[in-house]
Design a protein around this ligand. Structure first.
Ligand SMILES: Cc1cc2nc3c(=O)[nH]c(=O)nc-3n(C[C@H](O)[C@H](O)[C@H](O)COP(=O)(O)O)c2cc1C
Length: 656
């Protein structure tokens, strides 16, 4: 067969005419076979078969020729369906026959196999050494010690999350289930994850689709709150969603809710929202999201939050959520984008005195049920860089001790967990690895409701095949074996606890003959700030490299600009549609009490009385406050300045 331009020539020469010629031939052959069968009294199976094929051939071909939308069907009637068939089974052919063990698509066969083995409790050792080329660029390894140690699993695998303002700190495992909503996952899948978390003593993040009954099987829950405010919001006419503090308080106080995570963005689709069409809102989904009684309209999750619009307001929102939840750890999740924006968050933390209890950093390599290709492939910082930026800026701002870092991005094995900790994380989350532990075969059908394993589908015919009891056991087996492997590695590095892991323990080959530890590897991109340099951005900014200094100062400018803009837009610094804490309400009322002439200002004497009313210490130095906050030297304070003074008094107690 001659090959023209990569296509066999019988395909090149195919078209309506050859289609008809072959069709007439088939008709003639069918008639002939009936005639022969009749003459020689043969079985009629052959002619019947040939006639069916002929009828099917003409039916399909005439349909192809009759339609106007697809040129390929008009030009290559019938034959084109072979191409469509091959295309539809390409992922399966790729996975079963073509895919090498170590190529990630997005998870390699090797990665998946170790998860399956550990989930099933099977032996996970390998024969005859690594299959990786240890001299290839990108190869990574951890450097062991000549003096290995034993790490106690009971204590070594846990980290307490909760900063100074949190009254209900949570003891988290170093590996947990990352956010995946009920809706993205089926009810049985969510139930199995939750029961697995309960069995293994780790947490299960709800994802932004609210808290469903499947999340209440006994496992610890981290409640993920997206811009749709599911289970803590109300729907406005037109489908817009707004935060509802009363509903939030009710659900935040559920026993199973151990921590609350405000989702700013995620790696697979940073700064991208979504719409849940009314047609997809089943009774169970409506219940999980607290949408009230139907009929429901489309639910909008825009790319941005409406409860806060600046770093400063985000910190206030965190303080409000902490109070409403009764002091539970409050954090936020993001995929890092522009580094100076994270610096702006640090400035807001410093100014308000409010810090999140945790920050979850998601890498651009993260997964999701459905996202545009460009957002999956080309937006946001990968985990290594994102985590480094967040860790360094928090350390430089002297805030790292108050905030725990959680990281997610392809954690699936002991080494990937250790590597993630070495980049600055305290705790890790995994989403897709736990899906594999449930039996996901990477069929890549999460966005089509036809997941063959019943994990990412709402079709009961498929999800009912997922056995909750046995899968929950696999979830906890995978968790236990992976944490065990990570702690074994920690011991092999000569350390007694995962908290001692440093960037210098892990190496990466940068070319055939060079390799760098993560200190050198990552400091080239973003200057690192080490633990011993804590607070350097405040104390000695000139000592940090130029790029870092620029990000820090740009962040300050951004934070101040956004805060000042909102002061104009929202008098009193109170977000128009954000809830106020009881403390904030009291502050506003106190200000109004002393602003007797309604001028929007109080003088220094009135300030003294207002501070007394708010319970501030008599030692507070009003003269110093005057110097610091009376920027226009008119010896009076507006409500924004008053709010700032209160925060300052709260943070440092006394101003000297
Ligand atoms: C099916 C699916 C649904 C997800 N849903 C959410 C979500 O609702 N909220 C969220 O913050 N992240 C969501 N994610 C992102 C994951 O929580 C996680 O951050 C990301 O996949 C990286 O972890 P991995 O590499 O271990 O999968 C989802 C991921 C997947 C695969």
């Amino acid at each position: 067969m001659k090959d023209i331009g990569g296509v066999p020539d019988f395909i090149e020469h195919w078209g309506p005419q050859p289609f008809r010629r072959l069709g007439y031939g088939l008709v003639a052959a069918s008639l002939g076979s009936w005639y022969l069968a009749h003459l020689s009294e043969l079985n009629h199976i052959m002619p019947a078969l040939l006639s069916t094929i002929t009828a099917g051939y003409w039916y399909l071909g005439l349909k192809d020729l009759g339609q106007k939308h697809q040129a390929l069907r008009s030009n290559f009637p019938v034959l084109i369906h072979i191409r469509y068939l091959l295309e539809s089974i390409r992922p399966e052919i790729q996975q079963y026959l073509v895919e090498p063990d170590d190529v990630a698509l997005p998870f390699s066969r090797e990665m998946r196999t170790v998860i399956y083995q550990r989930a099933k409790g099977l032996p996970d050792t390998r024969a005859l050494g690594t299959k990786h080329d240890v001299y290839a660029e990108g190869y990574e390894w951890a450097a062991h010690s000549m003096f290995p140690k034993h790490v106690d699993e009971a204590t070594g695998g846990r980290v307490t999350i909760g900063g100074p303002d949190c009254s209900q700190p949570y003891s988290a495992s170093i590996l947990n289930i990352s956010a995946m909503s009920y809706g993205a996952l089926s009810g049985p899948a969510v139930s199995a994850l939750n029961l697995g978390a309960q069995r293994g003593g780790f947490y299960h993040n709800t994802g932004e689709g609210g808290i469903s009954k499947f999340h209440k099987m006994g496992g610890d829950v981290v409640w993920n709150i997206g811009t749709g405010y599911f289970a803590c919001g109300e729907t406005l006419p037109g489908g817009k969603r707004r935060f509802d503090p009363t509903l939030f308080e009710k659900n935040a106080k559920l026993d199973c809710v151990k921590m609350i995570e405000i989702k700013l963005s995620q790696g697979a689709k940073p700064a991208h929202g979504g719409v849940l069409p009314a047609s997809k809102i089943t009774e169970e989904i409506a219940e999980a999201r607290d949408l009230g009684d139907g009929p429901h309209t489309d639910c909008n999750s825009p790319p941005h939050h409406s409860a806060f619009k600046s770093p400063w307001q985000l910190m206030r929102f965190i303080a409000v959520l902490r109070e409403l939840s009764g002091g539970k750890p409050i954090g936020f999740k993001l995929c890092v984008g522009q580094p100076h924006e994270f610096a702006a968050l640090c400035h807001a933390m410093l100014e308000t005195g409010t810090t999140p209890d945790f920050i979850t950093v998601d890498g651009a390599e993260g997964g999701t049920g459905a996202a545009p290709l460009e957002f999956q492939n080309s937006i946001g910082f990968p985990l290594a860089e994102g985590l480094t930026i967040v860790d360094s800026l928090l350390t430089g701002a002297g805030l790292r001790d108050r905030v725990k870092l959680i990281a997610s991005g392809k954690v699936h094995s002991g080494f990937s967990l250790v590597k993630t900790l070495s980049l600055g994380a305290d705790v890790t989350n995994a989403a897709r690895a736990f899906m594999f532990s449930l039996g996901c075969i990477q069929a890549l059908k999460c966005n089509s409701n036809t997941c063959p394993t019943g994990i990412t589908t709402q079709d009961p015919a498929l999800s009912s095949g997922l056995d909750v009891a046995s899968k929950s056991e696999r979830v906890s087996n995978f968790h236990a074996a992976t944490v065990h492997s990570a702690l074994e590695i920690v011991g092999a590095l000569g350390l007694e606890s995962p908290t001692e892991i440093k960037r210098s323990h892990v190496y990466r080959r940068t070319s055939g003959i060079t390799a760098k530890d993560f200190n050198r590897q990552h400091s080239e991109f973003f200057p690192l700030i080490y633990k011993w340099q804590s607070g350097i951005l405040l104390d000695d900014i000139d000592a940090v490299p130029e790029y870092m200094r620029r990000q820090w100062l740009k962040g300050k400018e951004l934070h101040e600009r956004m805060r000042n803009q909102e002061v104009v837009a929202m008098p009193g610094g109170v977000p128009a549609d954000a809830p106020m804490s009881a403390y904030d309400k009291q502050a506003l009322e106190t200000f109004r009490k002393y602003d007797t002439d309604n001028s929007g200002d109080i003088d220094a004497t009135e300030l003294r009385s207002a501070l007394d009313d708010m319970g501030a210490s008599r030692d507070v130095n009003v003269a110093a406050l005057l110097k610091k906050y009376d920027s226009d030297t008119n010896h009076s304070f507006d409500v924004v300045e008053f709010t700032k003074i209160l925060k300052q008094v709260q943070v440092s107690g006394v101003l000297s």
